[in-house]
Ligand binder design. Structure first.
Ligand code: MN
Length: 222
């Protein structure tokens, strides 16, 4: 049985960048529906009732086809939205007026994209160019060199509908919802304006925590 996680802030806390009505509709209706539908489909498959969300998503190719479809749509929807709420935060709680991520994540962004500004530009370009519904991601792509030490490379990419990076072998750090329901009430078709506004409310501490702790942070994701 999965539960809709409460927002880690109030519905109007992300204003003026995301309006209160969008947050109510998006969290209480859209996200809730994915959780409800996922629970409904699991009733027929009690064998999987103790699986975690990430286990279901990672094992989706081995699930009975009816359950698989629900995990792809509703499980992915639940996972992605749970993460989306967590990587945002109200402006007021941002004690540091300089929004650039620091520390290991800041260094990795500079290493892989040249600078934080270049990362933002490339992220917006990818997100803007994505056709239809989906999600834009900053993910970690872990490779091991010949000495066996881990190289954690950063990757900007998008996924279709509710696909997660988990079943591509990537670890998601940051995500933006590109479905129109995420911005249409306030921004209508102006996806780029929505993307630009979001930089004001990114919870870089959470993203950096995920970057440093990787898999260990998964249990908190959804
Ligand atoms: Mn959404």
């Amino acid at each position: 049985m999965f539960h809709l996680p409460p927002l880690p802030y109030d519905y109007n806390d992300l204003e003026p960048y995301i309006d209160e009505m969008t947050m109510h509709c998006h969290h209480d209706k859209h996200h809730r529906t994915y959780v409800d539908h996922l629970n409904e489909s699991l009733k027929e498959f009690p064998k999987y009732e103790n699986h975690t969300l990430t286990e279901l998503i990672r094992e989706q190719d081995h699930l009975p086809s009816k359950l698989r479809l629900s995990v792809v749509r509703n499980g992915g929807g639940h996972y992605n939205h749970s993460l989306f709420w967590k990587v945002l935060r109200p402006v007021a709680t941002n004690a540091n007026p300089d929004p650039n991520p620091k520390g290991a994540l800041g260094h990795a962004l500079e290493r892989d994209f040249g600078s934080y500004e270049n990362f933002q530009l490339q992220f917006v370009e990818k997100a803007k160019a994505h056709f239809g519904s989906g999600w834009a991601w900053l993910s970690a792509d872990d490779r091991f060199d010949e000495k066996g030490s881990r190289q954690r490379k950063l990757l900007i990419h998008t996924t279709l509908e509710h696909e997660t990076p988990l079943n591509r072998g990537l670890f998601p750090l940051f995500v933006v919802d590109l479905w129109e329901h995420a911005y249409y009430l306030h921004y209508q078709n102006r996806r780029e304006e929505f993307l630009g506004a979001l930089w004001n409310i990114v919870n870089w501490e959470e993203v950096a925590y995920r970057f440093t702790n990787g898999e260990k942070s998964l249990r908190n994701a959804a």
